[in-house]
Every structure is written in C-alpha cells, then in structure tokens.
Design a protein around this ligand. Structure first.
Ligand SMILES: Nc1ncnc2c1ncn2[C@@H]1O[C@H](COP(=O)(O)OP(=O)(O)O)[C@@H](O)[C@H]1O
Ligand SMILES: [Mg+2]
Length: 603
C-alpha cells in the first residue's frame, strides 16, 4: 500500500515536471536549453578531471626515475587538467549558476504571474466568492513566485547529479559491476527519508494554514489605523498581542517536532554509506599491490566511488526537493484548471442597439453551491424605462437577485429573459454594455477625482459631462474644496493624496454611474453612508436622468424607495408584496409596517 502510494507520488512529480518543462520550453527555447545543457556539461567536467588525473599519475609513474626532461605528454595532461578547471568555472559557475539561472528564473516567474492573473481576472464570480477557492488562490499567490522556479532549479541540480552519477557508474564498470550497484543500493535509505521529510513539510503547511492566516489577520489588525483607534479606547492591544504570541508558538512547535525527528534519522545513512565506501576501496588494495590495478586507476576508483555516492546522494536530495516544491505546484495548476462555470452560447445573441432592456424572471429558483434555496420561484417583469426598488432585511436575497441579472451565476431553476431572449444565449460583453452597477463594496480608485468619474466610461473624455456627473451625484461641492479639485489624487497612501470620507467615496461612485449613463443602472446599497437629505437629492437627479432608462435599486431608506415605479418586498427569497408605494401602503402589509416603523424613527 505504502509502496504503491510512493510510486504514485513519484509519478505525480514527473507529471508536474513534464508540465513545467513544456511551459518553460514554450516560453523560451534558448534559455531553457542553455540552462540544462550547461548543467550537464558542468556535471561532466569533474569526471574528465578525474580521468586526466589518472593518466597523469600513470604517466608519471612510468617515467623512469632520474630523467631530467619532463615528457611532453605529462605537460599536456597537466595542462588539460587546468583547462578543464577553467571550463568548469566558466560553464558551470558563470553560465549555468549565474547567467542562465537568473534568466530562466525571471522568465518563468513572469510567465507564471501573467498566466495566473489572466486566469484570475477571467474567473467566474462563483469561484471568487467560494471560501475554498479563495483559500487555494491565496495559498498559490504566496508560493507561486518561488516554488515553481525552485522546482525547475532543483530539477537542474537533480539532472547534474544524475549525469555525474551515471558517468561514474559507467567509468566504474571495468572494476566490476557490483561496485556501482552496491553503492547505489546503499543510498536508498536517504531516498526514503527525504521523501518522508518532504511530506512532513507540506503537511505542516497544510495543517498550519489556519494558524498562518490568523497571524496575518492579527498583524493586519495591529497595523490598521481604524483598528488601532478602536483598540486604544477599548484597550484591546494586549489581548491581540497575546493571541499573536500564542499562535506563533503553536506554529513554531508544529514545525519543530517533525524536524527533530528528521534530525535523528539524518545521521544514519551517511555512516552506513561511509563504511561501505571504505570496504569497497579496501577490497581493491590487494589488486593494486600486485599490479593488476595501476596507481592511477586506483586514484580514479577512489574518486569515482566518491562521485557515484555523491551523485546518488545529491540526486536523492534534489529529487526530494522537487517532490516538496511539486506539492505547491499542484496549487498553481489547480487554479489554472478551475473550470469555466458560466459558459456562453456558441452563437450568442447580440443586441445591436444599446437601449433600456426588458428584464423578466420566470419561476426562478437559485441556491449557491451546496447551500439552501436563496431565491424561490421568483417571477417578475421589469419593462424598459421602469425604476424598481428592492426592499427587505439583510440576507433576504436582494443582492443575489442582482447577481443573477449580471449572470454571475446561472439560475438553478426557471429562466431569466432579457428582451425575451434567455440570458444564457446572450453575449455577455454585449449585455454588460447595457448596464452600470454599483455594489455596496464598489472600488475606491486611488487615482485622481477625474479618473474616478471617467472610469465609468473610459471611451469618452468630456470635461462638461464630468462636472455635470459630479453635480448630480452631489459630489461637486466637496471636490471644489479639494486643493487640486478634479485633479486631486485620492488615497492617503499617496503623497499629497486626500482621503475622502465613506460618503464622499460613494458620491464619487455615483458620479461614475451618472457619467457612464448606461440604459440600465443597478444600485445595490451604495448610498448607505450618505445622509438622508443628500441621498434624496441624488435620487431625485437619478429619477430625472433615468426617466427613460431602467433603474434597479436596493436601499433601506423609504424616502428613496417610495418614488420607484415598482417596489418588490423580498423575504426569504420570495417576493411577498409588490406594487407602487401608494398601493403597498393601502395593503397594510409588511411594506407599510416597515415604512411606518422607519417614519416613526424620524418623528
Ligand atoms: N457567495 C455566496 N455563497 C453562499 N451563500 C451566499 C453567497 N452570497 C450570499 N449568500 C447567502 O444568500 C443569502 C442571501 O444573501 P444576499 O442576496 O446577499 O442578501 P441581501 O442582499 O438581501 O442582504 C444569505 O443567506 C447569504 O448568506
Ligand atoms: Mg445585499
């Protein structure tokens, strides 16, 4: 069972090796070839050096004593020995270890990064909102810049060691096949221990992951101005620091225990190997004394059994490293292999005219993967140009409904029709041209004020429109008070950058929506931090602007909600009431109750 398991793991390392080598080869053939070729040449030079030493000694021994002129052959061999030295310096230490290693590493890193972020930026929202996938992505991000290049570097070391080993094996054959075979067998314990160590490292990383994340979180809290402010008053730093220390200690102990065990086992293989090497060399001594083996050959033998043993031991160690890196490389390929969940039709429908769409839900039910139904049998029609408000308590399913309109997810049952076409038939890039959306967690662009507005539609650059959008969103006043007005850089991280308040950020985001002026605007609680009066003003402007456009908004402020053409009251994933404000007030149901409760608060 165990053997089969190890074999599978070995094959898995080879699979990753194949993938990584293909990737490297596709990326840059010259650098990949150069890197591994120089590694191979570097590995062969010690062998040739050992051979020349043998000939040097043999020719010296054969020279009769008393001769005063040094034979040319001896000089030649001696010179070869040093030329090889030089070659090794240049090829291995210069070209391989410095030049190609550097080039190879950075090309690989850049390529891996590009592929990763390309994948991420096109990833389905469902993946991004999934905790396990988030976990996988963050693990990959932490290790992908160095594990994959290290894997390929370990392979280059492995390759050199193996070439050295194989060459020594061949050179040793004339002394008897048993010699290289026995030396090889003796290195097996190392292989076993190294593989074991690799797994241990990895399991620490896995089991320690929650601890590692906790440390990040605590240190992040400890450095965040908002948190520090609160901690100062509540006096919570001590507790947090204690938590940090406790988690650090837990991780340290977790890491130390297997290392201690490993250390104990580390000593025995070299002792065994050393004894075997000594015995093999010792057994050859009689042959040397009777002259069957020349002094030169004996030197070569000693050198070669060292190289064979060293090569095998290093190959094992290098393969162990590869094995360890390989486990992290799995994460990387797992991310790259995340399936596409939202699949577009082969012959998608494109709406040539970008006009306010008709949106229809027909018996739509939906649940997130592995969860309970969030929307249950929801049906409605939003005619072009209508404004619709969604109300309901937190968790009712309002944002989910909006995500379905954006086709971030596919419905579980029923269908969504846009202009009477199933949303699954649409070309999404075309559909997105119809809409602007602002979610509660919209982006704060740390660029200029102007950029924050223009990013609503970068295809146009219109000063007049920018100012108009800012005015309608109620942002103009505070922008005018900024030192550089519309050219003001935002974000306190930047020199001279101004940090707007939460409400001001929201106004900027709304200005962005005004600027984009799409036929369908979806606002999911982006005005929570804006005071009631300003929100009222903004929505008045929106009403005017969106007279003939479609507006879907989620708000907890009834002063805003009451003006919508249609109001959907959502509870537990169902629309329990619908109609105009007046209609719903007359019904005296949930809506009128909520409205009166809030109005009570304002009296
Ligand atoms: N990505 C998600 N994965 C799993 N469950 C989710 C996800 N997003 C929201 N939910 C769950 O769906 C329900 C509805 O959430 P949501 O639509 O955000 O409510 P609302 O916007 O009305 O406050 C909640 O129970 C919430 O926990
Ligand atoms: Mg929501």
């Amino acid at each position: 069972m165990k053997v089969k398991n190890s074999l599978q793991q070995l094959l898995h390392v080879l699979t990753n090796l194949r993938k990584m080598l293909i990737l490297a080869w596709e990326m840059d053939k010259r650098v990949t070839f150069g890197y591994y070729f120089t590694a191979m040449v570097g590995a062969l030079t010690p062998l040739i050096a050992a051979l020349t030493l043998k000939y040097l000694i043999d020719s010296l021994v054969s020279v009769h004593s008393g001769v005063t002129t040094i034979p040319i052959i001896v000089i030649a061999i001696l010179a070869t020995r040093y030329i090889l030295n030089l070659a090794e310096n240049i090829i291995q230490w210069g070209l391989n270890v410095v030049y190609f290693d550097y080039l190879f590493r950075y090309t690989i890193q850049n390529e891996l990064n590009r592929r990763f972020y390309d994948k991420l930026s096109n990833l389905d929202i469902a993946h991004l909102e999934d905790a396990n996938t988030q976990n996988l992505i963050s693990k990959t991000r932490d290790t992908m810049t160095w594990r994959p290049p290290d894997f390929l570097r370990s392979f280059s070391y492995f390759f050199s060691s193996f070439v050295g080993y194989a060459a020594a094996f061949i050179v040793l054959l004339p002394f008897g096949l048993w010699i290289p075979v026995v030396i090889t067998l003796v290195t097996l314990p190392r292989l076993y221990l190294r593989a074991k160590y690799g797994t241990i490292q990895w399991s620490i990383y896995r089991s320690g992951a929650p601890g590692v994340r906790k440390i990040w979180y605590i240190t992040w809290l400890l450095a965040m101005p908002e948190a520090i402010r609160e901690m100062r008053i509540f006096q919570t730093q001590k507790t947090l620091l204690a938590k940090l220390r406790e988690t650090q200690k837990y991780l340290f102990d977790l890491n130390k225990k297997p290392l201690d065990n490993y250390l104990k086992q580390l000593v025995y293989p070299p002792i065994l190997e050393t004894i075997v090497l000594f015995v093999i060399a010792y057994l050859q001594l009689p042959h040397v004394l009777v002259g069957i083996i020349s002094i030169g050959s004996f030197t070569l033998l000693i050198n070669m059994i060292d190289q064979l043993n060293g090569g095998a031991a290093n190959a094992v160690a290098n393969f162990g490293e590869m094995y360890e890196h390989s486990l992290y490389i799995d994460h990387y390929f797992e991310v790259l292999d995340l399936p596409k969940l939202i699949v577009e039709s082969d012959h998608p429908v494109i709406f040539e005219k970008i006009t306010p769409p008709k949106i229809e839900f027909r018996n739509v039910s939906f649940h997130y993967a592995g969860g309970a139904d969030v929307l249950k049998n929801v049906s409605f029609v939003i005619e072009p140009g209508e404004s619709v408000a969604l109300v309901g308590v937190n968790g009712a399913g309002k944002s989910t409904l909006i995500k379905l309109i954006c086709r971030f997810y596919d419905v579980t049952e029923g269908e969504i029709l846009i202009n009477d076409v199933n949303i699954k038939e649409l070309k999404l890039s075309n559909w997105y041209k119809h809409m602007g959306t602002l979610f509660q967690d919209f982006v704060h662009y740390y660029f200029t004020v102007k950029d924050n507005i223009v990013l609503g539609d970068p295809t146009k650059q219109d000063e007049k429109l920018i100012i108009e959008a800012a005015k309608k969103a109620g942002a103009y006043e505070f922008i005018e008070k900024l030192p550089n007005k519309f050219d003001q850089v935002l974000g306190r991280e930047y020199e001279g950058g101004e940090e707007p308040s939460v409400g001001q950020w929201q106004k900027l985001a709304i200005a962005r929506a005004f600027y984009q002026s799409s036929p369908l605007l979806i606002l999911d609680e982006p005005t929570s931090a804006i005071d009631a009066e300003a929100e009222y003003e903004i929505f008045n402007n929106l009403e005017k602007e969106y007279k003939n456009k479609t507006l879907i908004l989620v708000s907890h402020r009834f002063s805003t909600v009451r003006n919508a053409n249609k109001i959907f009251v959502i509870e537990h994933g169902q629309i329990i009431e619908r109609g105009t404000h007046e209609h719903l007030m007359k019904e005296k149901g949930k809506y009128s109750h909520m409205f009166n409760t809030q109005a009570e608060g304002y009296k």
